[in-house]
Design a protein around this ligand. Structure first.
Ligand code: FMN
Length: 158
């Protein structure tokens, strides 16, 4: 079973989540974890499961992740099982309330990535997931690495 975890990360938090997911998955199946800039077309061949993660930046994935998904050829991930995750700031910690409602309305990177992957023929097998950072540059909230590992392990049972 070939599993690839593709991520982007500006401050290192999403990278830590991606590595935790890769480690959790690797106890049962072989998984490769790669920054999006390093992914080549060979990496995508014969995939059984593709995980894509990005920081949420302005309600969306990073430009590198958005470009990668946009440039995926139709059929490159046809019928490949996929799941997406992002990192984000907890909504309750955003003040004042007006910003909270803007962020709520704007949404997050993971659902955007899920839509793009589905457009390219992938089968997104679970709800997009978000992992939380404390401030705009992190660090991750306590317990998020463990939550990411548990989230990934749930895929292997599917
Ligand atoms: C320019 C910028 C825009 C951001 N936009 C959002 C946002 O729309 N929603 C959100 O929850 N967090 C937002 N954040 C916080 C990021 O999600 C946070 O930097 C990210 O999770 C850290 O991941 P990384 O360390 O992998 O880069 C933003 C941060 C920056 C610097």
């Amino acid at each position: 079973m070939k599993i690839l975890v593709i991520y982007d990360s500006v401050f290192g938090n999403t990278e830590k989540i991606a590595q935790a997911i890769g480690t959790a998955v690797s106890t049962k199946k072989d998984a490769v974890v790669k920054r999006v800039a390093e992914v080549n077309s060979e990496d995508l061949q014969g995939l059984d499961l593709l995980l894509v993660g990005s920081p949420t930046r302005g309600f969306r994935p990073t430009e590198a992740i958005a470009a990668f998904l946009k440039n995926l050829s139709v059929g490159a991930v046809q019928n490949v099982k996929a799941a997406v995750f992002d990192t984000r700031i907890p909504i309750d910690s955003i003040k004042p309330a007006i910003f909270r409602s803007i962020v709520k309305k704007g949404g997050y990177a993971a659902p955007v990535m899920a839509k793009e992957l589905e457009k390219k023929g992938a089968t997104v097998i679970t709800e997009p997931e978000g992992f939380f950072v404390k401030g705009s540059e992190g660090p991750l909230l306590e317990g998020e690495l463990e939550r990411a590992a548990a989230w990934a392990e749930a895929f292997l049972k599917k």
